[in-house]
Design a protein around this ligand. Structure first.
Ligand code: PLP
Length: 363
């Protein structure tokens, strides 16, 4: 199998697997118990929190663990209170649907340009016109296109206006250092080599709990902590802090080789967001009109190559991606989207094999 769908999820790193297993063996106590078994479990949770904080350029006290990014984003949207929320047109459904489901919140979408970058001037116009927003949501990098958003600039402008900023850093934090300021930063373990079902909100704010219970997580989230999953999250984040820059350089070289080989071998292939800064691991492509996307996907699948038609959320549906539509890609082109995303297991041999297969499938 050749796995090129790391933006959907990543294989678990050996270090994370080892930490999960060790926590299952030794960290089975309840972290809230004051006896030895409880203290051992709490030490694991504390270590994980410190590792997540380091990778997020934050303090451990700022980290609230959640069941993943979807819960974290829902929580921030809900906690922002009733009122106006501004989001980019390319935010994840975990933000957009969370607003739609709250009758006392309204959402306005800031457009993106043809490269998939948010138009900062229009976003700020929306923020400063009309009722003051309770929250602005801008993802650090888009999961479908890999296009990086100007969150640093937006963070500075919003801080001056006193308007809180939520940054979905799910796709970004594993690849690039967090060098911007925001009020809420969200991440999830399974996109960076950790287990599924665990994520975090990084914030200084006091949040009303979305899940009431025994006051865990500074009172932000009730429920006994999933100690093994947190151990895996922490180990994956330690790997990220140590290897992020070197790994990103390696992936960018592989990604460039992949795109170079494909554009040379497949006439009419289009690279989405080609003129914008992008994550080092993501190649978002529009297949040429003569290639039938379903046939190409079937050929890759038969050869054991895992890629995504658009984002995982769109897999199985022929609807054009909302993100590509927001970028002005016409429907008949948007349904030809294919996303190849690399990660820690990707090699030059994978790139060569997938290039050859795709060139043949599109000929
Ligand atoms: N935000 C982005 C940008 C994502 O790519 C995803 C995962 O698809 C999520 C949020 C949701 O993360 P989780 O699977 O942890 O709920």
């Amino acid at each position: 199998m050749i796995y090129m769908d790391h933006n959907a999820t990543t294989p678990v790193l050996p270090e994370a697997r080892a930490a999960v297993m060790a926590a299952l063996e030794e960290g089975w106590g309840n972290p809230s118990s004051s006896h030895m078994a409880g203290r051992r479990a709490k030490a694991i949770v504390d270590e994980a929190r410190a590792s997540v904080a380091e990778a997020a350029n934050a303090r451990p006290q700022q980290v609230t663990f959640t069941s993943g990014a979807t819960e974290a984003l829902n929580h921030v949207v809900w906690a922002a209170g009733p009122g106006r929320i501004i989001a980019t047109a390319i935010e994840h459904p975990a933000v957009l649907a969370a607003v739609d489901n709250q009758p006392d919140r309204t959402i306005e979408l800031a457009p993106v340009d043809r490269n998939g970058q948010v138009d900062v001037a229009t976003l700020l116009d929306l923020v400063t016109t009309g009722e003051r927003p309770v929250l602005v949501a801008v993802m650090a990098a888009n999961n479908e296109t890999g296009v990086i958003q100007p969150v640093g600039q937006i963070g500075q402008e919003l801080a001056e206006l006193g308007v809180p900023l939520l940054v979905d850093a799910v796709q970004y934090i594993g690849k690039l250092p967090i060098a911007f300021a925001c009020d809420f930063l969200v991440a999830t373990a399974h996109k960076l080599g950790g287990p599924k079902g665990v994520g975090c909100i990084v914030t200084d704010w006091e949040l009303p709990p979305l899940i009431d219970g025994g006051g865990q997580e500074r009172g932000h989230r009730g429920g006994t902590e999933p100690v093994p999953a947190l151990a895996g999250f922490g180990a994956a984040m330690r790997w990220v802090s140590t290897h992020r820059m070197a790994e990103s350089e390696r992936l960018a070289e592989l990604r460039d080789a992949l795109i170079g080989g494909l554009t040379a071998g497949v006439p009419g292939l289009e690279v989405v967001g080609a003129d914008a800064p992008r994550l080092p691991n993501t190649a978002s492509l529009l297949l040429p009109d003569h290639a039938e996307p379903a046939d190409v996907m079937a050929q890759l699948d038969a050869a054991g190559v895992c890629v995504s038609a658009g984002s995982a959320c769109h897999a199985g549906s022929a609807r054009p991606s909302r993100v590509l539509t927001a970028m002005g890609v016409p429907d008949h082109r948007a349904v030809r989207a294919m996303r190849l995303s690399l990660g820690h297991g990707s090699t030059a041999a994978h790139v060569a094999a997938v290039t050859e297969l795709l060139v043949k499938a599109c000929s």
